[in-house]
Design a protein around this ligand. Structure first.
Ligand code: M6R
Length: 366
C-alpha cells in the first residue's frame, strides 16, 4: 500500500508531480485560453462582485491560504484576509453579504473550519470549499467548490494536499483575474504555461533527495530551527517549520525574514540552523542581506536557492537548488526540500513519521 516507500509521507511527497498535474488537468484549457472550474463558472457574479475574499482554514491548509492571499491579491487586486478558523468562529467576525469566503481543508472534516464556514453562511456570505476528500462534510456544506485531486493523503503531515491546494487557488486567482479583465491575454497564457511545467520541475526538485538527506544528518540533533522567507515564500517558511515540529518534535519557528531583527535574531548563535528561502526572483537582495546578518552571528545557513545561484552559495553553509520559476509559483518548488528535510530528520531520530504523537489526521473536535 505504500508502493515500495518506507512511509506514506515519502510516498506522498513523491506523488506531488502527479497530484499537481491531476489538479490542473481538465481545468486548464490553454488552446481556448480559459480555465474551467464549474464551481466558479456557476457563481461567477459572486466572484466578480466580491469586495474582498476571506480564507478560513487550519494548519497546513491555513498556510496554503496565506500563499493564496499573496497570489490572489497580486492577480485580482481585491483584498484577501486569511483567518484561523478557530479564531474567526469565536470573535463575532465582520462578514458582509458580498464577501466570498473560501474554506480550505484537506479532509473536509476539520471541526473549526466547518463551524467557521457555517458562521460565514449565517452572515450571508457565499462559501466556496477547497477540499481533497470528495463528499466530505465541508465540501457538502459549501455553496460551491473545487476539489484538489491529490488522492488519499494518509501521512498525518500534510504534503501533497498543500501543493495541490496552492495549485487550485492559483487557478482560481487566474480565473477571477481573467473574468475581471485584470490580466492580459499574454500574461494569462504565460501563467498557464508556467503552471503546466510545474510537475516536471517538482520532479527535478525531488532529485535532491539524497543531498537533503545528508544535510538532515548534520542537523538532526539540533534542538531549535528557524525558517525564513519573504513574499510568496513567507508562508512556505511557516509550513517548513510546522513540518519539522510535528514529525521530528524539534522546536522550529517560521518568520518573514525581515521580522528577524525585531526579536528572533537574539536566538541566533553557532548552534542555530536557519533555513532561508532565497530564490532569485523573490526580494533576492533583501534576503541576501538577511543571510549576512545571520552569518555574522554565526548561525548555520541552509538556503533554498534557484538553480545556478552564485551569491547565496558563497554565504550559506548548504544550498539546495530548485528550478527557475516565476515568483508566485515558487512555493510549489521551495516546499519540496523542506518536506524532505523534516522527513529525513524524523526518520533519523526514529520518530513515527506517519503518525506523530498527539496528532490526528483530521481534527474533528475542537
Ligand atoms: O484536513 P484539514 O486540511 O482541514 O486539516 C488542517 C490541519 O489539521 C492540518 O493541515 C494539520 O496542520 C497537518 N497535520 C499539517 O501537516
Amino acid at each position: 500500500e505504500k508502493g515500495g516507500y518506507p512511509h506514506f509521507m515519502l510516498k506522498e511527497i513523491y506523488e506531488q508531480p502527479q497530484a499537481i498535474r491531476d489538479t490542473f488537468r481538465g481545468r486548464m484549457r490553454e488552446h481556448k485560453g480559459i480555465i474551467k472550474m464549474a464551481g466558479v463558472d456557476d457563481h461567477i457574479d459572486k466572484f466578480l462582485n466580491a469586495k474582498r475574499l476571506v480564507i478560513l482554514a487550519c494548519g497546513t491548509s491555513w498556510h496554503a491560504g496565506l500563499v493564496a492571499e499573496y497570489i490572489i491579491e497580486e492577480l485580482v487586486r481585491v483584498p484577501v484576509e486569511v483567518e484561523y478558523a478557530s479564531e474567526f468562529r469565536y470573535r463575532n467576525p465582520v462578514i458582509e453579504k458580498d464577501d466570498v469566503v473560501i474554506a480550505i481543508s484537506q479532509s473536509g472534516e476539520t471541526a473549526d473550519t466547518m463551524a467557521a464556514m457555517k458562521l460565514a453562511k449565517e452572515h450571508g456570505a457565499f462559501v466556496f470549499g477547497v477540499c481533497n476528500v470528495v463528499g466530505s462534510s465541508i465540501s457538502r456544506e459549501a455553496h460551491a467548490g473545487a476539489y484538489t485531486h491529490a488522492g488519499p493523503e494518509i501521512g498525518v503531515a500534510s504534503t501533497k494536499a498543500f501543493t495541490t491546494q496552492i495549485t487550485v487557488l492559483t487557478l482560481l486567482g487566474l480565473k477571477i483575474a481573467k473574468a475581471k479583465g485584470k490580466i492580459s491575454t499574454s500574461d494569462f497564457h504565460m501563467h498557464l504555461e508556467e503552471l503546466r511545467l510545474i510537475p516536471e520541475k517538482v520532479e527535478e526538485a525531488l532529485k535532491n533527495n539524497e543531498h537533503v538527506r545528508k544535510i538532515a544528518e548534520v542537523y538532526k540533533d539540533a534542538s531549535n530551527c528557524l525558517y525564513l522567507g519573504r513574499g510568496f515564500n513567507f508562508p512556505v517558511a511557516l509550513e517548513g517549520a510546522l513540518k519539522l515540529k510535528e514529525i521530528s518534535y524539534i522546536h522550529a519557528e517560521g518568520y518573514p525574514a525581515a521580522e528577524m531583527k525585531h526579536g528572533p535574531i537574539a536566538l541566533i548563535d553557532e548552534q542555530m540552523p536557519v533555513v532561508v528561502i532565497a530564490t532569485r526572483r523573490g526580494h533576492y537582495d533583501k534576503i541576501v542581506s538577511n543571510i549576512q546578518e545571520i552569518k555574522s552571528r554565526k548561525g548555520k545557513i541552509i538556503a533554498i536557492v534557484t538553480k545556478g545561484d552564485v551569491t547565496v552559495k558563497e554565504l550559506a553553509d548548504h544550498v539546495i537548488e530548485v528550478p527557475e520559476v516565476m515568483d508566485s509559483m515558487s512555493p510549489l518548488l521551495t516546499t519540496i526540500p523542506l518536506q524532505l528535510l523534516s522527513y529525513h530528520i524524523a526518520v533519523m531520530l526514529g520518530k513515527n513519521v506517519d503518525q506523530p504523537r498527539n496528532l490526528a489526521k483530521s481534527v474533528t473536535v475542537e
